[in-house]
Design a protein around this ligand. Structure first.
Ligand code: ZN
Ligand code: ZN
Length: 302
């Protein structure tokens, strides 16, 4: 059996959230309070991503002073610029921005702003696509994106629109090799803290190592369930996880393989039903219904 990344990668898993707001834009808690909340809950790293808009005086929150041996911050923002089919502005997060990242200019549209963020070194994630009815045609123009939010807890809690699978899978089917992440997008005006995060394998709990691992897709996403291993052996996939009621492997269209049971901690699934799909991804469904999601795996990289 051959374990797949990030399970095969050297390092340890770090818990992190890469989409969060403070009083620097429309969040309820100050930067200090937000950082203390994540640190005290056992998170290893956090990116504060306030709305980078003139209304909030272009906040790019300097959290460097909160870094220590056990907790790291990345500098980021949620970027906005005109426009999508259904919305006057785009929403995407940029994590790993330089502090002097310049405000959006009036002639800059979403895809151009995303390209500038990526060129400045940032990881770019397409935020809460379902929440604002982002279309596949829109997303295909955001050619600087690294990743799609598979789950946004705030959007799920307050709008019942937290799921990004439709957009992720559509982009994969169009050949875009994007990764996928969960976040809470906490504003702290509702119980939106902590409902989704990533478990990222990095060589050190340091900003540069975390940013590199983010860009390389060395993580999985979760609402709670743990994925311990995903390994391939011939034409089957073995998933080890915290006790689950279901393990799914999904691919293009309706192609899938699954196992359901009680307290599953290991499932071996045939990949033959997914023979026609160039990619697959794994979903673990905990006994409480909470889910964990692997990044997409492209078969031609195995
Ligand atoms: Zn947003
Ligand atoms: Zn947000």
């Amino acid at each position: 059996m051959t374990s797949l990344a990030p399970f095969s990668t050297v390092g340890r898993f770090l818990r992190g959230n890469i989409h969060t707001h403070t009083t620097r834009s429309d969040g309820l808690l100050t930067t200090e309070q937000v950082i203390a909340t994540y640190r005290d809950a056992g998170y290893d790293f956090l990116a504060i991503t306030d709305h980078f808009l003139a209304d909030y005086e272009w906040p790019l929150v300097d959290t460097r002073a909160f870094r220590d041996d056990k907790f790291t911050t990345l500098l980021g923002a949620e970027l906005h610029a005109p426009r999508t089919e259904m919305s006057d502005i785009w929403h995407f997060v940029a994590v790993g921005l330089p502090l002097d990242f310049a405000p959006a200019t009036p002639d800059e549209d979403g895809p151009a702003l995303a390209r500038r963020a990526r060129a400045a070194g940032a990881f770019v994630g397409i935020a809460h696509p379902a929440w604002y009815s982002l279309s596949l045609a829109d997303a295909e123009t955001l050619d600087a994106a690294h990743s799609v939010e598979i789950y946004n807890h705030g959007c799920q809690l307050m709008h019942d629109k937290g799921d990004g699978a439709y957009l992720l899978d559509g982009m994969l089917d169009k050949g875009h090799r994007l990764t996928t992440y969960a976040c809470d997008d906490a504003h702290f005006r509702s119980p939106d803290f902590g409902g989704g995060w990533i478990e990222l394998k990095a060589s050190a709990n340091e900003p540069d190592a975390i940013l590199e691992a983010l860009k390389q897709g060395q993580f999985y996403s979760t609402q709670g369930p743990r994925i311990d291993d995903i390994a391939i052996s011939g034409d089957s996939l073995t998933v080890a996880c915290s006790p689950a009621k279901g393990v799914l492997v999904v691919g293009q269209g309706y192609l899938m393989s699954f196992q359901f049971g009680t307290g599953l901690t290991r499932a071996t699934l045939p990949l033959e039903p997914l023979a026609k799909s160039p990619w697959f991804r794994v979903i673990v469904m905990g006994e409480d219904g909470k889910r964990a999601w692997s990044n997409p795996v492209w078969k031609d990289t195995l």
